[in-house]
Design a protein around this ligand. Structure first.
Ligand SMILES: C[S@@+](CC[C@H](N)C(=O)[O-])C[C@H]1O[C@@H](n2cnc3c(N)ncnc32)[C@H](O)[C@@H]1O
Length: 242
């Protein structure tokens, strides 16, 4: 039997139900096993394909050039050195790895995604002793309440059905005083919005209204709610009060 890589000796004890025989064969912890994927729409189907995940790096670096705010975490939501961070919908894991650098060797950054090809890339390029990746569905977070000092999610929530449910779970996963920082593409009346409306929302994408989000976070027990639009993306952050 192969030894468990150091990062997973730190991730496994954090799980609500740690598996007796963790599936680490592909370099990430797979908690969905053979469970079939049910992509939420054509865009998510693409990110779950080998081709989509292969092209994602190009798409992401283009998006980061066009939208400089993509990876810019709000300054008040910076992770503490030694802290624990969860990155929901981590894709190829480069932002998770950057979070790992910020928290330092005594901290821990966990990237969570459903896409096997994305996680395979993340495992290959971004895993380290304090950065690890988990295959799980964001709608069923595998961590108990009060586990993380920071929960981030960049450009993923718009793809997940019932995003309100994911947000509420993300808030619960925070320690009191912990921060949530989320970025979602949110065109005002841009092309995507129009296409999505015309196609009867067959794109599977959700769009977010800053006022609705603020209300939702408020009722999830979050304080210091702040929403900020940077071009075609909306960042929002909030702090768990208790
Ligand atoms: C556009 S990519 C963003 C990746 C990365 N956060 C970034 O900023 O480059 C969206 C990611 O969300 C993931 N995703 C979609 N639905 C998910 C779900 N239900 N649970 C976890 N991850 C999901 C996709 O597989 C994909 O890797």
């Amino acid at each position: 039997m192969r030894p468990t890589p150091p990062v997973f000796t730190r991730v496994l004890p954090l799980l609500t139900s740690p598996p007796e025989q963790p599936d680490l064969d592909r370099g990430y912890l797979d908690l969905l096993g053979g469970r079939p994927e049910a992509p939420s729409g054509p865009i998510q189907s693409f990110w779950e394909s080998g081709l989509g995940s292969g092209l994602y790096d190009h798409a992401q670096s283009l998006a980061r050039r066009v939208i400089p705010g993509w990876f810019r975490l709000p300054s008040r939501a910076r992770p503490p050195v030694g802290g624990r961070v969860l990155d929901i919908g981590c894709g190829p894991g480069n932002f998770t790895a950057a979070l790992g650098n910020r928290v330092g060797p005594s901290g821990l950054a966990v990237g969570l995604d459903v896409s096997r090809p994305m996680l395979a890339r993340a495992a290959r390029t971004a895993t380290s002793d304090n950065v690890g990746f988990v295959r799980a569905d964001a709608r069923e977070l595998p961590f108990p309440d009060g586990t993380f000092d920071l929960v981030t999610s960049l450009a993923a929530l718009q793809l997940i059905p019932e995003p309100e449910q994911v947000l509420a779970a993300a808030c619960r996963a925070l320690v009191p005083g912990g921060w949530l920082a989320v970025m979602v593409p949110t065109p005002h009346d841009g092309m995507l919005h129009v296409v999505s409306r015309l196609s009867g929302n067959r794109t599977g994408l959700s769009f977010f209204d800053p006022d609705d989000l603020a209300e939702q976070l408020d009722s999830a027990g979050m304080g210091a709610v702040h929403t900020h639009r940077r071009g075609p993306v909306l960042w929002f952050s909030a702090q768990r009060t208790a």
